[in-house]
Design a binder for this molecule. Structure first.
Ligand code: RIB
Ligand code: CA
Length: 308
């Protein structure tokens, strides 16, 4: 099996943490490096969470700190869902792991520019690092085979009625990325909300009786309590792992080509307007996930966690 080389840009975050666990161990993926962006919590907290996950699970992955705020708008976090630490729930040993000295944006550029073959970039937080890298060195665009993102929504949002968090948190960065000509796979709320993590799923992961299963339980029980308080649901959507699940088995998602425009004004600021019927007379710039095989998704998650 040829491994898919990826760079994972994230803002851990409970669901980011599961995506990290999947990408770091599945045989179909070679995780070249992990870049961190401000989003769910401050950059500093997200970096700490990424290092804690890598140290706790003994992951041999280099971590790079990236942009600590959006390109234009004020920082916005999701502490109501991910807690004050950004990863409330698990208790980790004293942190020894450190980040690399290089800034994440410079790492992304260097990794791509010097690569012998194209690399997949997976972005599961606000797109600030990706937009900065594109602007600083446009030549990286031809070195990226696909940009797979968790973000956006064909229908309604989760941070405003119109906008999903990752896009809303840095909508100017999202506009740069969606207008870049990259081959984008957009995994939005339309499919990630169907990946609802029930207590039964949590129990089945804990029953693996390994570090990954216990970490999954310790994270997701807190995540679900917060989701219940904010949205009144008992099974929180496991958003970010949908991207990695698609890389492992593309049959898990149904994709549809369309033109996606990022709303950058008015009350719908940050909305991903998905034009499937060529109304804007613009060329398609993304493949948007319109359905998910939920049973296969949970099978993939369990497959990954059983590798620890
Ligand atoms: O809207 C869900 C997205 O926002 C996920 O990536 C979650 O981690 C948060 O960053
Ligand atoms: Ca995220």
């Amino acid at each position: 099996m040829t491994k898919r080389k990826i760079i994972l840009d994230c803002d851990p975050g409970h669901d980011d943490a599961v995506a990290i666990m999947m990408a770091a161990r599945h045989p179909a993926i070679e995780l070249l490096g992990m870049t961190i962006v401000a989003g769910n919590q401050t950059l500093q907290k997200n970096v700490r969470n990424a290092l804690n996950i890598c140290q706790h699970l003994d992951l041999d992955v280099k971590v790079y700190a990236g942009c600590d705020r959006p390109l234009v708008v004020e920082e916005r976090h999701a502490g109501d869902i991910h807690g004050q630490t950004g990863l409330d729930g698990p208790v980790f040993q004293p942190l020894i792991r450190k980040t690399e000295d290089k800034h994440a944006v410079l790492y992304i550029i260097d990794e791509l520019i010097h690569a012998d073959e194209k690399i997949t970039v997976v972005a599961i937080g606000p797109l600030t690092n990706i937009a900065m890298a594109i602007r600083l060195q446009p030549a990286i665009i031809e070195k990226i085979d696909q940009l797979v993102i968790m973000g956006g929504s064909i229908t309604d949002g989760n941070v405003t009625p119109a906008a999903e968090f990752n896009i809303y948190a840095d909508r100017e960065a999202a506009r740069i990325v969606f207008n870049s000509g990259l081959d984008i796979v957009m995994c939005g709320l339309d499919v990630t909300r169907k990946a609802a993590c029930t207590q039964q799923v949590i129990d089945s992961m804990a029953a693996l009786n390994n570090k990954a299963g216990y970490l999954f339980r310790d994270m997701l029980e807190v995540y679900n309590r917060n989701q219940n308080r904010v949205f009144g649901i008992t099974a929180g959507p496991l958003h970010d792992p949908v991207t990695i699940a698609w890389l492992i088995d593309s049959s898990v998602l149904t994709l549809k080509e369309c033109y996606v425009d990022i709303e950058t004004a008015g009350y719908s600021y940050g909305r991903t307007n998905c034009d499937f019927y060529w109304k804007a007379k613009k060329a398609n710039n993304a493949r948007v996930a319109v359905d998910i095989d939920v049973d296969r998704f949970w099978q993939i998650i369990r497959e990954c966690l059983s590798l620890y």
